[in-house]
Design a protein around this ligand. Sequence first.
Ligand SMILES: C[S@@+](CC[C@H](N)C(=O)[O-])C[C@H]1O[C@@H](n2cnc3c(N)ncnc32)[C@H](O)[C@@H]1O
Length: 280
Amino acid sequence: MPHPQLLLGDCLSTLATLPTLGYDLVVTSPPYNLGIAYKSFKDTAPREDFLKWCVAWAAEVKRVMADDASFFLNVGAAPANPLLPHQLILALTDGENPLFVLQNTFHWVKSITIETTGREQISAGHFKPINSKRYVNDCHEYIFHLTKSGQVSLDRRAAGVPYVHKSNIARWGHTGGEDLRCRGNTWFIPYETIQSRDKERPHPATFPVALVEQCIRLHGKGVETRLLDPFLGIGSSAIAALRQGVIGQFTGIEIDPHYLEAARERLQLEMDRRAGELQL
Ligand SMILES: C[S@@+](CC[C@H](N)C(=O)[O-])C[C@H]1O[C@@H](n2cnc3c(N)ncnc32)[C@H](O)[C@@H]1O
């Protein structure tokens, strides 16, 4: 990848410096306006103001997107504040002059329990218990796939899964004879297990690197992808670009110098780790 651009600044003014139509893929997770304790940013704006601000930066995101680009927008809710993701997506896709078409909606499942056919229960993923008599644990977030036209082609099998019953390979045309089917819109992606939160994940609201990798694969532009994350946090999307071998471009914007520094350190660690593996 050409040297990743990790830019310190406000997303609105910094996006204004980026080239029109310059990116194929945007994957980001903005502040959710749910009172999360970031180091410097106050996540407590009145909802109307927050939505107006989102429309303003999303309009800049649209400007820098190529016409066939994809914008994967990750947003979560809170049990006592369930409407935020829906209000945000309406602000971006509804009304007289909608910015985007909502092409797909994905559910990022963080924790799940399934009953197998043998009736055994398997639980997997990250589970943070809450103390409540009213609410159940919120185990998922949204990833909204927004495009300019609603007609952007995806490489569904690049993010696909093998069939359990192999007779289906010949049965369904879209497999092209390969043992891969579309994964669908429920993505089980647990957080990576870490030893020390302060050292390895010093941020209150990250998404997993694997989530961004899935978006890069699904978008299907491969290593040529020009990827943007206007809310970089501690750099999960930059690491994903590196792991996917992206050589097009990576640009990340973050307002908080501590998080940006953590992003630089994580990216350097990842580069060192990969260089070490190559030497083995
Ligand atoms: C949900 S977090 C993103 C975390 C990131 N996906 C990761 O995995 O590390 C949102 C980030 O947006 C940053 N932020 C808040 N306001 C901003 C602004 N106006 N411009 C740029 N970044 C901003 C916050 O400091 C925070 O790190």
